[in-house]
Design a binder for this molecule. Structure first.
Ligand code: SF4
Length: 327
């Protein structure tokens, strides 16, 4: 397995108390696979990714339990020097906001080329040639002419392509993309997502795609892990989750997607707000917002119940997952 996150716990010590951001997250992704990690903001999906990449703000963040295995080696017990080497060459991250992730005073060619100079010891001339190749690969028109341009001279979609190029530069085996299309227009979103999926397939990489939008993952993901209040509440192969969700929160997210055949009808919205991570409700954390909640939900935290076994296992952290499947 390329990446395995096992029972990960992360907390943040704040002036107001301890925020339990990640509470026992377990997931895995293999080469050539895409795992979509889905949830509202504050669900713990980005914090989990930062822990995997080793870029968690520490302090106030602290990993308090679990393991992160990359190609079988636990990243959490590795020397920082080894970890840095892996982070540079074997796993890469794409962030939401390309403009603030790229250096505004360096040309994109210099930034892309630097990857080859620093990590591969290539000459400036050869690095620049590789930068042009990469820009071509992510389909930036007239790459040779534009390699000397600065980030602000590109559109939002093109800048995100440059971010993808930077992530791909050293041909990592794992990419983590954190809301890579959220800041873009809908049509550009689709193009960037298609490009990312195509490159992932071509290079046989593992991709962890973090998003709050179920609408963007249907065509690109193999599996989905749905997060709520720092836990995975449902995990399943992508098409099964769309057809028959086994958790009321997933059902709510699906019902909130606008559909062309429901023109004129009011769009469904899950009532209430996600809980504060400083005060996660007892029992099932979703119970204050859940239309199916019963008395037991207020007291007993549901484990991840197996819904279907391997080879494509499903699990749901809902006491009433059978009723949800049948709903
Ligand atoms: Fe809703 Fe109860 Fe299931 Fe939680 S355990 S999702 S509150 S039905």
């Amino acid at each position: 397995m390329l990446l395995e996150v096992r029972d990960l716990h992360v907390e943040f010590r704040t002036r107001d108390g301890v925020a339990r951001a990640v509470n026992g997250v377990t997931y895995a992704v293999d080469e050539g696979q895409t795992l979509a990690v889905l949830g509202e903001s504050g669900s713990g999906k980005s914090v989990t990714a930062q822990a995997v990449m080793g870029i968690l703000d520490t302090p106030p963040g602290r990993i308090t339990g679990g393991e992160i295995l990359f190609k079988g080696r636990n990243l959490l017990t590795m020397k920082e020097e080894d970890r840095r080497r892996i982070r540079g060459a074997e796993m890469a991250m794409i962030f939401q906001d390309a403009l603030s992730s790229l250096n505004p005073v360096l040309t994109v060619g210099a930034q892309l080329g630097e990857m080859f100079e620093v990590h591969r010891g290539m000459s400036r001339k050869d690095s620049r040639a590789r930068a042009v190749e990469l820009m071509d690969r992510v389909r930036i028109p007239a790459a040779k002419q534009r390699v000397g341009d600065y980030p602000h001279q590109f559109s939002g979609g093109m800048r995100q392509r440059i971010m993808i190029a930077m992530a791909l530069a050293l041909e990592p085996s794992l990419i983590i993309a954190d809301e890579p299309t959220t800041a873009l227009d809908v049509t550009v979103q689709a193009q960037v997502m298609d490009l990312l999926a195509e490159l992932q397939r071509e290079l046989d990489m593992g991709l962890v795609l973090i998003t709050h939008d179920l609408g963007v993952v249907a065509d690109v993901a193999d599996r989905i892990a749905v997060m709520y209040a720092g836990r995975i509440v449902e995990t399943a192969p992508v098409h099964e989750i769309y057809q028959r969700p086994a958790h009321p929160y997933t059902r709510g997210l699906l019902d909130s997607i606008p559909r062309l055949d429901q023109k004129g009808q009011e769009l469904y919205a899950i009532k209430g707000l996600p809980p504060s991570l400083l005060a996660i409700p007892a029992g099932c954390a979703f119970h204050p917002r859940c239309p199916m909640a019963q008395a037991v939900c207020r007291t007993d935290e549901p484990p991840l119940y197996p819904v279907t076994p391997a080879p494509a296992p499903r699990a749901s952290a809902c006491h009433f997952w059978k009723e949800c499947l049948g709903a």
